[in-house]
Design a protein around this ligand. Sequence first.
Ligand SMILES: Cc1cc2nc3c(=O)[nH]c(=O)nc-3n(C[C@H](O)[C@H](O)[C@H](O)COP(=O)(O)OP(=O)(O)OC[C@H]3O[C@@H](n4cnc5c(N)ncnc54)[C@H](O)[C@@H]3O)c2cc1C
Length: 443
Amino acid sequence: MKQIQIIGGGLAGCEAALFLADHGFSVTLFDMKPEKHTEVHKTDTLGELVCSNSFRSDSLANAVGLLKAEMRMLGSTVMEAADATKIPAGSALAVDRVKFSDYLTGKIKQHPNIEFISKEITEFEPDQPETYTILSSGPLITAGLADFLKKITGERYLNFYDAIAPIISRDSIDESKTFMASRYGKGGADYLNCPMSRETYLNFHRELIEAETAELHGFENDKKLFEGCLPVEEIARRDTDALRFGPLKPVGLRHPKTDAEFYAVVQLRKEDREGHYFNLVGFQTHLKQGEQRRVFRLIPGLENARFERYGSMHRNTFINAPELLNSDFSMKKHENLFVAGQLSGVEGYLESAASGMIAAVSILLRESGVDKPVFPEHTMLGGLSRHISVPRGNFQPSNAIFAMVPAPETRIRGGRRARREYLSTRALNALKEYLKNNPLLRQ
Ligand SMILES: Cc1cc2nc3c(=O)[nH]c(=O)nc-3n(C[C@H](O)[C@H](O)[C@H](O)COP(=O)(O)OP(=O)(O)OC[C@H]3O[C@@H](n4cnc5c(N)ncnc54)[C@H](O)[C@@H]3O)c2cc1C
């Protein structure tokens, strides 16, 4: 059995390490923590969630809900950690971020087949015949390792910018002006909602688009923004109503006592199980900290908000995967080297963990004689594999979306939800069949 080395103990690295160790491989996991941190990682634990604490919808009518179901079928430890540390968040799966990474770190450090080495890696041998390497050092990969990767791929890096949202202490919120509810009453009343009248909204909008943004420093001058994670002020600049049709949309959010409807609603989601902290949903921002205090305190209920974390903006690095990777996430030019996580061109916590899982499964199956194994095309895991390996003009990272799996063979009656549920059922059946044919993967 070949040895495994994994570089980066984030969501992809932890998922891959635990899967392979559970299947008898001897794994060495390198992460530079706790000695060194990227500009966004703050804790000394592995599998740190750098921004939102949400793993998004758990419903099978949602592509990421399907991805979660598939990962659970494969015995994902990231899903196990999320389920063990979840906090109420309507129909979404949100976690207590500290408990979540403590859980994963404990699993890694206590596993008899995993050796954890705290070290910043700046180079490695990509073609070791007796070792598989998984490179999962994330979108904030350090400069030295990024330079090395450039060298072995001969490719130019694509650098984008992502923004993160602020976190507010609950005891600083004036809850006489807010109400608890989930959109359309789905799940529990888990979100804290700050309702806005037209006048309040327009004033807020004006101040937001005129507020000063922070300097970008330390990175390349290429300041392209990733469409899926636009700063709130960028969205606001596009159109006066853009926020009301985006993160501040008021639909499905009537006041539970008065039944009143609002012009716009800012939602806050719990950060921890106890609900001491809330994050501003969709408020990724690049405003200066003083401006965040000034402008976000115009939101009803947040007049005296205390910021536990300010929003900020950071780089998001990924490779031109379709040029470089096979569908099993191995490199075309270095067959024993896999790239997983956000660096490989998937987008999101779950998708990063899933790519680590795909790389790990590929190694396991390859070791047992299956060449270039991929998940069935109808599964979301198969869809992610296609996303990173099928060439197209302008490659962009992507979340799991239903467009990644083939359309239904026949017309499905009952609207969008029924169609999506059909695709999920079809995917889960395909995965069941796949597991039947690959007994090594069975739980
Ligand atoms: C600012 C920002 C906000 C984001 N917000 C969200 C969000 O809200 N929701 C969402 O779903 N996704 C979000 N993402 C996208 C993505 O899902 C996360 O970045 C996710 O954590 C990626 O997982 P990963 O395993 O690829 O890398 P990471 O989880 O970042 O893990 C990489 C690990 O590698 C280590 N490392 C880096 N370089 C080296 C080196 N040279 N040697 C050794 N170790 C190294 C780091 O210490 C880290 O532990 C965000 C990304 C960024 C950059």
